[in-house]
Each structure stands twice: as structure tokens, then as C-alpha cells.
Design a protein around this ligand. Structure first.
Ligand code: DAH
Length: 341
């Protein structure tokens, strides 16, 4: 009999339970009413009366050992469960946990501008960033050695002063008009370059959107109404606009357009320098010389043009006051635009 008990003790102390099923197996075998211990207790009646006391003690010891072991096995299983959470079965139907990029604020503004003009029939044209003097200056009515060329600090190619990095996207006006026939309703977004020291307010490269509209009988009223529509679409329907006379070699007359400050709604703040207005673009009626330079009869056709800086618009829209942030790719900055699409 004691042999049986010793074998049982050894079996209990060697028992393990790596799964709930194994634990349940242990419970059935050593703890439950129908366990082997139950059988041992039932055997009591077959033991000689003088040995019963010792037998009962021995069986009780085994019972205690079995119960303690059971607690140990439960605790062991719980802690290994907690530790194995990360190795839980993989759900292949879940979307992948990838950190998706965000739309760059300049891309967002670019897309919005294109979208707004596409709605009224504008198409999009592209032109080279490395430009010649003719397309960047001469055809746009910048006379040779005229101080107007110095309005824009140009990066020239040393070995060939005829070649430069374009200083504005107005060059695409020329590229399109010399190669196609009017009417034109075209938008030309792109990167431009200026020889400027980099600071919060200036950069050696930035982005512009040029637009031009050429047809028979196009007048200043068309320019004003088109740009008024654009400002309201981009900055909100309650936006007001005003035009101030200005000068550009390629337009006559020329005007800069201001919008009512979208930050303070015209009340006055440091963005609009307490004037209630912020400048957003340059514009004007295309100078007849520019049309003629592209082989377009300026008696038959007239047109208007406008140009704006994408960074400038983004700064107004997002109240970012340091231009450099747009090209530094700092994710702490970029992640703030997660809501855009
Ligand atoms: N090209 C000008 C610049 O870079 C912007 C501009 C002003 C474009 C007036 C135009 C315009 O088409 O009519 O400063």
C-alpha cells in the first residue's frame, strides 16, 4: 500500500500543466471526487484496523500535496498566459499596422488650387526648371539690362549666362503660348529658385502657381471675377478681396490682390500687421508685347495672368511663420497635417 502512495506522490510532484486541458486532466486525476485519492480513501475499509490511522494520515498528506501542486499549476499557467499575449495568434484580416505618411501641406495647397481652377476649365501645364533667358525674362518683356531683372535674384549657370534656374513659373506662360494656339486657360504650378539667403521669411527655392487666360474679348472684369471666385473657394465664402495697382513687366495694367485677413477676419492681428488685409498674388492684363513675342495677334486676343506663392498661401492657411519648416522634413511638423487629404 505504501508503495502505491509513494508512486502517487512522485507522480504528483512531477506533474506539469502547460495548457488548460492539461490542468483539467490533473484536476480530474488528483482533486475531483472520482480521483485516485478518492479511491484511496475508499480503500480504507480494506486496511487492517490497527493500520488505519497511519494509512489515513498518509493519504491526507498526499491529498494536501495534490492540492498545493494544483495551486502551483494554476499560478504557473496564469503567468505564462500573460507573458504569451504578444504571441497570440495573428489575425490576418486586420489592416497592416504601417505608419502611413501624411500629405505634405504644400502638396495639399497645390492640389486645392489646381482643383479650384480645374472646376472652371483650366488645364495644367509643366515647364523646365532650368530655363533660358528668353523664356524667363526676354519674352516676358524684361528689357535687356533693365533693372526689372534685378527684382528677382537669379541663379545663373556660370559657364553660360543664357541659362538660369527659373525665377518664376511665368516662363511656362511663354512655353505654352509659343507652342499652342489660343484660347488658353492654363495653370502652371512648379518649383522656382532665387539667389537669397535662407531665413524664416525667404528661401532659395519655393513653389508658385502661374495662371493665364487668353481669348477674344478677355478684360479686367474677367480677371477680377476669376480671382474673386478663387479666393472665396480657398479661404471661405465670406472672404473679401481688394486689388492694388502694381508693376510687373509682363502685365499692363498690373495689380496685387489682397484678401481680408483669414486669421482675424479683418479685425487686425500680427499676421496682417493690423491692416486687416494680406497679399496673396500678383496679376494683370498680359502685355500685348508678351502675346506678340509668342506669335499671338494682340489685336485679336487679350488675356490676363496671375502668379502666387504656394508657401505664402500655406503660411496664411496654417499660420506657419517659418518657411524653412516646409523643406526640413521634420516629422513632428509634418504629423500635424495628418487631418489633410
Ligand atoms: N512672376 C511673378 C513673380 O514671381 C508673379 C506674377 C505676378 C505672375 C503677376 C503673373 C502676374 O502672371 O500677372 O513675382
Amino acid at each position: 500500500m505504501s508503495e502505491k502512495i509513494n508512486a502517487l506522490k512522485a507522480e504528483i510532484s512531477a506533474a506539469t500543466a502547460k495548457t488548460q486541458e492539461e490542468l483539467e486532466g490533473y484536476r480530474l486525476k488528483f482533486i475531483s471526487r472520482k480521483s485516485v485519492l478518492g479511491e484511496l480513501f475508499a480503500d480504507m475499509k480494506n486496511v487492517a484496523p490497527e493500520d488505519r490511522k497511519a494509512y489515513g494520515q498518509a493519504v491526507n498528506e498526499v491529498k494536501q500535496q495534490a492540492e498545493e501542486k494544483f495551486k502551483e499549476l494554476i499560478a504557473g499557467l496564469e503567468s505564462s498566459d500573460a507573458g504569451s499575449k504578444s504571441s497570440a495568434p495573428i489575425d490576418l484580416t486586420l489592416p497592416p499596422n504601417v505608419n502611413l505618411g501624411t500629405v505634405h501641406p504644400l502638396t495639399y495647397i497645390h492640389n486645392r488650387i489646381v482643383e479650384i481652377f480645374q472646376k472652371i476649365g483650366f488645364n495644367v501645364a509643366d515647364g523646365p526648371e532650368i530655363e533660358d533667358d528668353f523664356h524667363n525674362f526676354t519674352a516676358l518683356n524684361f528689357p535687356e539690362n533693365h533693372p526689372a531683372r534685378e527684382m528677382q535674384d537669379t541663379f545663373f549657370i556660370e559657364s553660360n549666362p543664357d541659362i538660369a534656374l527659373r525665377t518664376h513659373t511665368s516662363s511656362v506662360q511663354i512655353r505654352v503660348m509659343e507652342n499652342q494656339k489660343p484660347p488658353f486657360r492654363t495653370l502652371a504650378p512648379g518649383r522656382v529658385f532665387r539667389n537669397e539667403a535662407i531665413s524664416a521669411r525667404a528661401h532659395c527655392f519655393f513653389h508658385q502657381v502661374e495662371g493665364f487666360f487668353v481669348d477674344k474679348n478677355v478684360g479686367l472684369v474677367d480677371l477680377k471675377q476669376t480671382l474673386y471666385y478663387f479666393a472665396k473657394e480657398l479661404f471661405g465664402q465670406d472672404t473679401k478681396v481688394r486689388f492694388r495697382p502694381s508693376y510687373f513687366p509682363f502685365t499692363e495694367p498690373s495689380a496685387e490682390m489682397d484678401i481680408s485677413c483669414n486669421i482675424c477676419k479683418g479685425k487686425g492681428c500680427n499676421i496682417c500687421k493690423y491692416s486687416g488685409w494680406v497679399e496673396i498674388l500678383g496679376s494683370g492684363m498680359i502685355d500685348p508685347n508678351v502675346l506678340e513675342n509668342c506669335g499671338i495677334d494682340s489685336e485679336e486676343y487679350t488675356g490676363f495672368a496671375f502668379g502666387m506663392g504656394i508657401e505664402r498661401i500655406a503660411m496664411l492657411k496654417f499660420q506657419v511663420n517659418d518657411l524653412r519648416l516646409y523643406s526640413e522634413n521634420d516629422v513632428r511638423f509634418l504629423n500635424q497635417f495628418k487631418h489633410l487629404s
